[in-house]
Design a protein around this ligand. Structure first.
Ligand code: CP
Length: 337
C-alpha cells in the first residue's frame, strides 16, 4: 500500500510486505522511544487524539509517539464534551476536526464509526478501536511483539501455534490480530471461548480459506497444550446488554502459574492486549505470573510506542528524515527496558 496520506482503518488494508515495512520503521524508532536520541521531525505538526471510549495505553501511547517525533497533541476525551451530543454527525465532525490537525487518531464505540469519520477528513485518520470491529494498531504491536518473542526462541511467525482465549466475539484485538496473522503461512489457531462468545464465523472462514488450521474449543486445558503463544482477553463487559449477562462468563477461563506449568509447553509466550480484569471474579491472567520471563504483556505496551511512531512516520512521510533532525538527549535517561 501507499502509506503517505493513507487512513489506517483496518488490518485488511495491509499486505505482508506492508506489515514488514511498518516493523522495519518501528525498529528504527527504538533510540527515540528509549530516550537515547530525540528528533523534531514533526515540529509544528498537530495530532488530534479523539477518544470517545475509555482508554489508557492506546490514547497515551499514541500521544507519546507523536510527541517523541516532535509534534503536538490536542485531546478530546469525552463524548459529552463534544458537539456529537448535540446531534452533530461524524461526517461534519470529521470535516471540521481535519481543519485543525495534520493527523487524527480516533476511538469510538460503534463499528464503522472511524471509517465514517475518515470519509470526511482531509487528513489521515488512524483507527484506535471502533466498537467490537477492529483495533489495527494493537494488532500491529501484538504481531511485532510476537515476531520479537519468537525470534529470541529461533522461531518464526510462519508455522506458529497461537491460542486465543476469552471473549472472542466482542474482542476487537483478536479480530484484527487473527486477520493480520492470516497474511503469514501455515499458522495453527486454537480458539478457546464459551460457544456464545466464539470468534465470528466470517473470521474463522477467512483463516481457513487462507490455509490455516483452526480448532475451536471450550476446553481450556486441552487447548493450552502445544502453543508458542497464548493470547488472553478480558470479557468485554461494555459490549453486553447487561452486567449480569457478562457475569455469566467472567472468570470462566483463567491462566495462573499452576495452570501454565501444568498445561503449557515451557517458554510459551503469554500475551494480553490489556487492560486485564484483575477483579477477583474475573482475573483471567493472574498476578502470580508477573515475574515469569515468558510474560510479554509489558513488552507489548512498550512496543506500542514504536509501532505507533512508525505509523505516524509512514503516513506523514517522514520515515527517511528522522535521523537528519535528531540529536542526543541531555537529561538523565537510564531506563530498564
Ligand atoms: N489495549 C488497549 O486498547 O488498551 P486501552 O483500552 O487502555 O487503550
Amino acid at each position: 500500500m501507499r502509506f503517505p496520506g493513507a487512513h489506517i482503518l483496518s488490518v485488511t488494508q495491509f499486505e505482508r510486505a506492508d506489515v514488514e515495512r511498518i516493523f522495519e520503521v518501528a525498529d528504527s524508532m527504538r533510540p527515540y522511544a528509549h530516550r537515547e536520541r530525540m528528533t523534531k521531525v514533526l515540529d509544528g505538526a498537530i495530532m488530534g487524539n479523539m477518544f470517545f471510549e475509555p482508554s489508557t495505553r492506546t490514547r497515551v501511547s499514541f500521544g507519546c509517539a507523536f510527541n517523541l517525533l516532535g509534534g503536538e497533541v490536542r485531546e478530546t476525551t469525552d463524548i459529552k464534551a463534544s458537539s456529537l451530543t448535540k446531534g452533530e454527525s461524524l461526517y461534519d465532525t470529521g470535516r471540521v476536526m481535519s481543519g485543525y490537525s495534520d493527523i487524527i487518531v480516533m476511538r469510538h464505540p460503534q463499528a464503522g464509526s472511524v471509517a465514517e469519520f475518515a470519509r470526511a477528513s482531509r487528513v489521515p485518520v488512524l483507527n484506535a478501536g471502533d466498537g467490537p470491529n477492529e483495533h489495527p494498531s494493537q494488532a500491529l504491536l501484538d504481531l511485532y511483539t510476537i515476531k520479537k518473542e519468537l525470534k529470541s526462541r529461533q522461531q518464526n511467525i510462519d508455522g506458529m501455534h497461537i491460542a486465543m482465549i476469552g471473549d472472542l466475539k466482542h474482542g476487537r484485538t483478536v479480530h484484527s490480530l487473527s486477520k493480520l496473522v492470516s497474511l503469514y503461512e501455515k499458522v495453527k489457531f486454537t480458539l478457546i471461548s464459551p460457544k456464545e462468545l466464539a470468534m465470528p464465523d466470517t473470521i474463522v472462514e477467512h483463516l481457513r480459506q487462507r490455509g490455516h488450521e483452526v480448532v475451536e474449543t471450550e476446553d481450556m486445558e486441552t487447548g493450552l497444550v502445544s502453543n508458542d503463544i497464548v493470547y488472553l482477553t478480558r470479557i468485554q463487559e461494555e459490549r453486553f446488554a447487561s452486567k449480569p449477562e457478562a457475569d455469566l462468563y467472567r472468570g470462566r477461563f483463567r491462566l495462573n502459574r499452576s495452570i501454565y506449568t501444568q498445561y503449557c509447553q515451557p517458554n510459551t509466550v503469554i500475551m494480553h492486549p490489556l487492560p486485564r480484569d484483575s477483579r477477583e471474579d474475573a482475573n483471567e491472567l493472574d498476578n502470580d505470573l508477573n515475574q515469569h520471563p515468558s510474560l510479554a504483556i509489558f513488552r507489548q505496551t512498550d512496543n506500542g510506542v514504536l509501532v505507533r511512531m512508525a505509523l505516524f512516520a509512514l503516513t506523514l512521510d517522514v520515515s527517511e528524515q528522522i535521523d537528519k533532525s535528531s540529536r542526543e538527549v541531555n537529561w538523565y535517561t537510564e531506563r530498564r527496558f
